[in-house]
Ligand binder design. Structure first.
Ligand SMILES: Nc1nc2c(c(=O)[nH]1)N[C@H]1C(S)=C(S)[C@@H](COP(=O)(O)O)O[C@H]1N2
Ligand SMILES: [Mo]
Length: 348
């Protein structure tokens, strides 16, 4: 039970990193794993049912009940989102709640396993047990494919979702698509007149460019797909990272390119992939608005929205990847001046 919930959590985390259509099966795997947890929950509930009433005074019984409700809510919200539900509670949609509750559930279950750790009973490891798990996994696959069939047949909003589960919003509309931050990044608007983007690190000649220098009208049509559940396809324009790097002269030991925001938010791409990414200053024919990352943002085709760093300050060529970015994106909003105009929302 705990192991399959762990698998559901792991595959869920994994989906957040997948942005290319070839990766659709990761989302399918997450769906199947979710249904597997649901199926395992039923016999488990039948087994402990008899123990709940006699133990009603004990905190364990209530903790168990609360955890079960949490698990059921997590699954219900996930399923409701893929079908097409558009309930918004406290500013968060069903997908946001699914992810949030899934995180809480994982923390609770991990604590439970640490506190009440008991060794696996030998029967847990027996062949019968493995067989049972196999049968339930088949059941999970069946339920998931039934869900997909049903969504198609009924033609619900979910039938028009992207393979990531995201729904299309305001494609080809210039700046008119949603403004989102990963956690709490809300910088005040940057002064375009004095702003410069620096290109530095493992290069022969570091330099800095203004927004006008970047406005070279190199174009890319790409889909921004936010893990918060929307996507938008736009014509972006600016300068390709490859062109910017060539001007600086990349050193032979270079392997990675790190994109750093004025807020400290940052992400890295492997050098070859980074070359094909765009530093955008325009969307459609309009200059980027503040909310969308003006003066310049990263457009990284095939990567989920959180990689598309806004309000860029520098591009650094490096030899190493950057594990610290996982922390940086979560804490960047805690520092720096806030957006006084209130144009930037955080949910994403
Ligand atoms: N500096 C910075 N860049 C950021 C973020 C952020 O919080 N800070 N959020 C990311 C996320 S999660 C998404 S989905 C996109 C959203 O871009 P948009 O506001 O133009 O829709 O920006 C990305 N770039
Ligand atoms: Mo996002």
């Amino acid at each position: 039970m705990a192991l399959t919930t762990g698998a559901a959590f792991a595959t869920g985390l994994w989906t957040l990193t997948v942005g290319r259509p070839e990766g659709w099966w990761v989302f399918a795997l997450h769906g199947v794993t979710g249904y597997l947890v649901l199926l395992l929950l039923i016999p488990k509930l039948v087994r402990v049912r008899g123990r709940f009433l006699p133990g009603i005074r004990s905190p364990h019984a209530w903790a168990g009940l609360a955890t079960t409700i949490l698990a059921l809510m997590t699954m219900t919200f996930g399923i409701a989102w893929v079908i097409g539900g558009d309930l918004v509670v406290l500013g968060y949609n069903l997908l946001n709640w699914h992810i949030l509750l899934g995180l809480v559930l994982t923390v609770v279950l991990s604590a439970h396993m640490v506190i009440r750790a008991k060794p696996l009973r030998s029967e847990d490891r027996s062949r019968r047990q493995a067989l049972r798990l196999g049968v339930f996994a088949l059941g999970g696959m069946f339920l998931w494919s039934f869900q997909e069939r049903l969504i198609k047949e009924l033609g619900t909003v979910g039938s028009r979702r992207r393979f990531t589960g995201s729904r299309e919003v305001a494609s080809f509309s210039g700046n008119a698509f949603p403004v989102v931050s990963w956690m709490a990044d809300r910088p005040a608007p940057l002064d375009v007149a004095t702003w410069r983007l620096r290109i530095e690190g493992l290069v022969t000649a570091p330099y800095a460019v203004s927004r006008d220098d970047l406005d070279t009208r190199q174009e890319l049509t790409a889909t921004l797909d936010c893990t918060g559940g929307f996507y938008t396809t736009q014509h972006w324009s600016g300068a390709f990272v490859g062109a910017l790097l060539d001007r600086a002269g990349v050193l032979p030991e270079a392997r990675w390119v790190r994109f750093v925001s004025v807020t400290g938010y940052r992400w890295s791409l492997p050098l070859e992939q980074a070359r094909d990414a765009l530093i955008a200053v325009r969307v459609g024919s309009e200059l980027l608005s503040h909310g969308h990352g003006a003066p310049a943002r990263l457009v990284a085709p095939g990567e989920r929205g959180f990689v598309w760093v806004k309000w860029l300050a520098r591009i650094e060529v490096r030899a190493e990847p950057d594990p610290g970015q996982l922390i940086a994106i979560n804490i960047s909003g805690l520092t720096g001046a806030d957006d006084v105009s209130g144009e930037v929302n955080a949910r994403g």
